[in-house]
Design a protein around this ligand. Structure first.
Ligand SMILES: Nc1ncnc2c1ncn2[C@@H]1O[C@H](COP(=O)(O)OP(=O)(O)OP(=O)(O)O)[C@@H](O)[C@H]1O
Ligand SMILES: [Mg+2]
Length: 631
């Protein structure tokens, strides 16, 4: 469908979802779907829950955060189960400000943005529908219209608890526009939208001297005072602060702890009593989730200040440390690159992996566990099997430090260094070494890295490089071996012919000259030695193979390369050993001969077709591995 068609469909959808009616009619809606009256916190929780929850190895995985947040399962589980879930049940935590605390660029804003965008979408669904008093700048909950003394009766009839009082503006409108007939007050379905300032708000502090509390709670509209006659007429007030606009949904409070205190005091009563003060009016009830974020040092100095005690006790702090799993870290970079303008650049296989290895190493803390080093720890964390350790060791490691993941290299730094590596190269193709080099160069300009850190980090770069060397060598050998599949067969046939002749005490016939020859002892031994068969054991081994071949023949099956596990291993190892020189010579020859050139082209074609390289990165890989093997 073309874009105009989609726009039209979107408009039709909006029309279909719209609802408007009197308060009396709204009560009918409530009778059928009481959940539409849920609180803001409950709506957030249900949004997350409705997206699906899976349990993997005892950890809950929330589909809501899939594809955007990687490696933070534990933090997300805490966030949902210790904050949103109890808050949805109207427990006390919902009266606290949620403060996400973690290192720079560790995903805090991403989590908040997901919640905001999620709520916008959720309010368009049946389950997430929200209704409000029509024409109210704060989208006030229609149930506030029910007078306090009737609320117990309402609860008995509807099973819904009402919190909060009708705002000064709607109190006046009820009187003036509706002649106090509650049932006639118009109600409409609203759809959260940050752009339209409905139910989603963001407050970010600017210069404390010039910033006005009006940004948070609205202000007098002087142009209308003449019309309404008084500053305390609610109609002369613009309820357009972020707290007003975010009512029913959520407000993100950026840099909350950098903010001037006078802004924070407003939050005190909002969170505790569910209301805040604006202008000269009675308290205004609001129902919204307030999420703030900060880093560790800012948070420490905040709690060190006695003056902040009252506020501190109204904050729930949730740690959002860095991800500590290499594979997940790779996914973070993949996502960030896809979202950036670098997506056209070829990034060679393993380039992001080595970057991830480096950053995770910088975040890990040294364990006191016997024999444990950071590389092993990194592997265990990533779910790999490390000899001598099991899942109990892993759990012990994870419990050893409470603040692991609160420092180290951040994803944004990595992405910046990748883009600077791209700029430095003429061709839009970068490899693992380019990335590591760029990461190293960048350390000089990294603002928050101490001299000791720098030394440690440079050491991690060489560790990551060593990991890469192994990966690279294997990759090239694999590419060579496959082209040698034929030779593996030839080598095996040759070996079997010789074994047969040896066991039957026959001679072999040279296929060219027809001359008789004795079995090639040297060839057979060179293969057998690969799997540790001694001179004394060779006869038994050869006979066993012959028996196996005739057993196969009796069943009409063909004995081949894969029929004998140990023999196959021997052949493979022999090929690899022979190959080592071939790879070495082929990849490092300055003036390759025709045959070498052919081989190189074959290998490159295979790396491109089957392993995700392009010709540039495949050539670079071969050259690098050549230099490694020549050391
Ligand atoms: N665990 C993670 N999963 C997915 N993406 C992540 C993760 N950590 C960081 N990112 C990515 O890193 C970038 C920076 O993250 P974000 O802005 O959310 O961090 P932040 O904690 O708000 O940082 P700051 O303290 O600098 O505001 C984003 O592109 C984000 O997608
Ligand atoms: Mg942020």
């Amino acid at each position: 469908m073309d874009i105009l068609g989609k726009i039209q469909l979107h408009r039709e959808e909006e029309r279909r979802l719209a609802w408007e009616g009197t308060f009396g009619e709204y009560l009918d809606v409530l009778r059928e779907r009481p959940y539409v009256a849920q609180s803001a916190h409950s709506r957030v929780y249900n949004m997350i829950k409705d997206a699906g929850i899976e349990e993997v190895n005892g950890t809950k995985k929330y589909n809501f955060f899939n594809n955007q947040i990687f490696g933070l399962e534990d933090s997300i589980e805490r966030l949902v189960e210790e904050y949103f879930h109890p808050a949805a049940k109207r427990l006390d935590v919902r009266k606290r400000i949620l403060l996400l605390m973690g290192p720079v660029s560790g995903g805090k804003s991403t989590i908040v943005t997901m919640l905001k965008r999620g709520l916008e979408d959720y309010s368009k669904t049946e389950a997430g529908a929200v209704f409000a008093i029509k024409g109210c700048p704060m989208h006030e909950d229609p149930l506030h219209l029910i007078p306090h003394h009737l609320r117990d009766d309402f609860y008995r009839e509807f099973g819904i608890r009402i919190e909060g009082s009708l705002s000064p503006l709607n109190t006046m409108r009820l009187e003036k526009e509706y002649g106090n007939c509650i049932e006639d007050v118009m109600v409409e379905r609203i759809f959260f939208s940050e752009d339209k300032r409905t139910g989603i708000g963001t407050f970010s502090p600017s210069d404390p001297k010039s910033q006005d509390i009006a940004d948070l709670t609205g202000s007098i509209d002087f142009s209308t005072i003449a019309e309404f006659g008084s500053e305390s007429d609610p109609r002369a007030y613009r309820f357009d602060g972020e707290l007003n606009k975010a009512n029913r949904g959520m407000m993100e409070f950026q840099e909350m702890l950098k903010c001037d205190e006078k802004f924070l005091w407003h939050l005190l009563s909002l969170t505790q009593e569910g209301n805040f003060k604006a202008g000269r009016f009675a308290l205004i009830s609001a129902d919204e989730l307030i999420v703030a974020h900060t880093n560790e040092s800012e948070y420490r100095s905040f709690i060190a200040n006695k003056k902040n005690e009252a506020l501190h006790s109204r904050i729930i702090v949730m740690g959002v440390p860095y991800n500590l799993r290499v594979s997940e870290e790779e996914r973070i970079y993949e996502k960030m690159i896809k979202e950036s303008d670098m997506s056209h650049v070829h990034i060679a296989p393993h380039a992001l992996r080595v970057a991830a290895i480096f950053s995770v190493l910088t975040r890990l803390l040294d364990s006191k566990k016997q024999g444990m080093d950071l590389i092993k720890k990194m592997r265990l964390y990533d779910g790999e099997i490390v000899e001598g350790y099991n899942h109990i060791d892993l759990e012990e490691l994870q419990k050893e430090f409470a603040d692991e993941g609160m420092s180290g290299i951040d994803p944004r730094y990595v992405i910046n260094r990748i883009s600077s590596a791209i700029i430095r190269k003429d061709i839009p193709s970068i490899n693992a070494l380019d990335v590591l080099r760029s990461m190293k160069d960048g350390l000089d300009h990294h603002a928050s890295i101490t001299k000791e850190d720098k030394e440690r980090f440079i050491n991690f770069i060489s560790l990551a490089r060593k990991e890469y060397d192994e990966i690279a060598k294997k990759e090239v050998q694999k590419a060579f071996v496959y082209s040698y599949e034929e030779s593996a067969k030839t080598l095996m046939d040759n070996y079997l012919d010789n074994v047969e002749a040896y066991c039957n005490k026959n001679k072999l016939r040279d296929p060219l000259t027809g001359e008789e020859m004795s079995p090639d002892e040297k060839l057979m031994r060179s293969i057998e030695e690969q799997i540790g068969i001694s001179e004394n054991a060779k006869k038994a081994f050869r006979e066993e193979i012959l028996i196996r071949i005739s057993a196969y023949a009796r069943k009409g099956k063909k004995f081949d390369y894969n029929s004998h596990e140990r023999l196959r291993e021997a052949i493979q190892k022999k090929l690899f050993a022979d190959l080592k020189d071939v790879v070495k010579i082929t990849t490092s020859s300055k003036t390759p001969d025709e045959a070498q050139l052919k081989k190189v082209n074959e290998v490159i074609a295979r790396l491109v077709d089957e392993h995700g390289y392009n010709t540039t990165s495949a050539n670079e890989l071969l050259r690098y591995v050549g230099s490694l093997l020549n050391r």
